[in-house]
Design a protein around this ligand. Structure first.
Ligand code: FEO
Ligand code: CA
Ligand code: CA
Ligand code: CA
Length: 575
């Protein structure tokens, strides 16, 4: 074991070619198995999935949610664990039997129930080697309606959080993280899209504009639930945009929104430690936004021993990248730099509620949609996917515009993740040399829009892609050769990249976690055939992404699902 053990080739598998087929493709000698698709009952006696989408909101509360995303397996042993995963959003053409033309409270409730997080026990059958979900007292759904609480500098006592209803729910949970003390971090990304209003007198203030709030919204929940009406309940939106801590081993515990980590469109929350302190990296996934890190104050073990949260005490920083390959972490601390009373800031809670504006004020570097972060288990280098965008930030955004994205990497000073300076380079410029000669990738490695990213314990860097359905498989968008979204593995030392898995049509590949022995890899297939299928009114006019995976039932619907990959000889994944 150990990252990059000398003399050992990290990537031992035979790369798979690109694919436009509506199936999962894995290398020779590997097998993929579908687990817990959307609608799977959480307990064996729970409501069965109905393929015509006639399950009620009450049914959905007791079923696996939709659009699986970030995920972590908390091991209970070599052959079992608590699979904890995000459900990012709902596809309203697929969620309801009669479509979404008319919005009712029942429909809003069903959508809320399909969002959030699932905790489900999974076990490997010793004989067949297959994984299955099983009944357990830990099995749980956290949804858009679950009671939640707040901790850190912004609490429920703060005026900004005094909305008209009880604190509840987490929404648009995209990527995630996990802590060394055994909890899960669900992140709230595009939460602004759930709020709207019919009130013509409502207009966004500067802060609401900065977070993308608008009267018109595709979900239209406000038509049936005043909780989401910007004019009638203007403070509810301040309860979203946070990192949410969930203890999968305490099924009755309330999720806690950890406000010290800031409020933005959190893609993920990647946790590492240095000198006993906790460090959390988080991208704000929008074109021209920033990457942040939180550094805990004092040793996290001491905090836990004293019954405190290591995520409630510390400093939030935002990154500045300079064209000489260096960078610095700028503190978002009330009273420092531009963030003073004279600059219009009230206190630390104000800085955190308006994190994006605070980051603007200190002069952070705009990036091309910062998505996931991964920390190398050996040298602690940090890798960040910049999925695509305008080509922001000078040298750190070298392709202008940037339809394929790239991965930037940095070494924190002295290999210490709490350091406030770093040196960066570009690990890979994604894309296809047929469309951009600056891309140095062979047929086995071409890809676009890197998004999910993570290391295994041996130091392989796993890269997942999220090419949008408006570009996927379209030559006119430069995506004619790249095929469906995929999972690749890379060797960070040599730069070698090889395609390991290709997903079905119209899906992104996201979420990444391993069994304790490294011999099973779990990934999520999100939004196969998103809004393109025969049962709904197509909203994406791209026939190359139509899917009916994984059921292939003409009367059914495509369903997001987890996929487990094992090596037929029982070996470690990627060897
Ligand atoms: Fe939910 Fe940034 O992808
Ligand atoms: Ca993502
Ligand atoms: Ca994405
Ligand atoms: Ca997604």
């Amino acid at each position: 074991g150990g990252p990059n053990k000398p003399g050992k080739k990290l990537l031992g598998f035979k790369a798979v070619p690109t694919s436009t087929a509506d199936e999962i493709v894995v290398p020779e000698g590997y097998t993929a198995q579908v687990l817990i698709p959307w609608g799977t009952p959480l307990h064996s006696r729970g409501p069965a999935f109905k393929k015509d989408a006639s399950n009620t909101a009450a049914d959905q509360e007791r079923q696996i949610g939709s659009n699986h995303d970030g995920m972590h397996l908390f091991p209970l042993g070599k052959d079992s664990g608590l699979l904890t995963l995000n459900h990012e959003y709902v596809d309203t053409t697929g969620l309801y039997a009669d479509g979404s033309e008319v919005i009712t409270r029942e429909k809003v409730n069903k959508a809320l129930a399909a969002h959030g997080v699932s905790v489900v026990k999974v076990e490997r059958d010793r004989r067949s080697g297959k994984w299955k979900n099983v009944d357990s007292r830990y099995n749980r759904r956290v949804t858009g309606s679950t009671p939640v609480t707040f901790s850190g500098p912004v609490t429920l006592k703060h005026d900004a959080l005094k909305s008209n209803n009880a604190p509840q729910g987490t929404l648009n949970n995209c990527s995630s993280g996990f802590t060394p003390w055994g909890t899960y971090l669900a992140c709230e990304e595009n939460w602004n899209s759930y709020f709207g209003t019919e009130d013509a007198s409502w207009a966004p203030d500067a802060e609401q504009k900065r977070y993308g709030l608008a009267a018109a919204t595709a979900y239209r929940w406000h038509e049936a639930d005043e909780r989401f009406d910007l004019a009638k309940n203007p403070k509810e939106l301040n309860r979203f945009g946070w990192v949410v801590e969930i203890d999968p081993f305490a099924p009755n515990s309330k999720p806690v929104k950890r406000t010290a980590l800031g409020r933005f469109k959190h893609e993920g929350a990647t946790v590492t430690e240095s000198k006993g302190r906790v460090v959390v990296y988080s991208g704000d996934d929008q074109d021209g936004e920033y990457v942040y890190k939180f550094v805990g104050e004092g040793r996290w073990r001491d905090r836990i021993r004293r019954g405190q949260s290591p995520l409630d005490h510390g400093t939030l920083y935002v990154a500045k990248f300079t064209d000489d390959g260096r960078g610095a972490w700028l503190p978002l601390e009330f009273g420092k730099g531009a963030l003073t009373a004279a600059g219009g800031w009230k206190d630390q809670a104000d800085v955190l509620l308006r994190t994006r504006t605070a980051a603007d004020a200190v002069g952070a570097t705009k990036l091309d949609r910062p998505e996931w972060v991964a920390v190398h288990p050996g040298n602690k280098d940090v890798y960040l996917t910049l999925t695509n965008g305008a080509g922001n930030g000078g040298a750190v955004g070298p392709r202008k515009p940037n339809p394929y994205g790239h991965i930037v990497r940095w070494s924190e000073k002295n290999g210490d993740n709490t350091s406030l300076s770093f040196e960066w380079d570009i690990f890979v410029l994604s894309g296809d040399p047929a469309h951009d000669p600056a891309v140095k990738l062979g047929a086995e490695a071409i890809h676009g829009s890197p998004d999910g990213i993570g290391f295994d314990e041996d130091g392989r860097l796993w890269i997942q892609t999220d090419i949008s359905n408006s570009s996927q498989n379209l030559p006119s968008k430069g995506y004619g050769n790249i095929g469906n979204n995929m999972l690749l593995a890379s060797d960070p030392k040599t730069g070698e990249i090889k395609r390991f898995l290709v997903g079905p049509r119209g899906a992104e590949v996201t979420g990444l976690t391993f069994a304790a022995d490294g011999r099973s890899l779990f990934v999520n297939i999100q939004h196969p055939g998103e809004a393109t299928t025969a049962w709904g009114t197509p909203t994406v006019q791209n026939p190359r992404v139509v899917s009916n995976w994984p059921d292939f039932d003409p009367a059914g619907r495509p369903r997001s699902a987890t996929v487990v990959i094992t090596k037929d000889d029982g070996g470690k994944i990627g060897t």
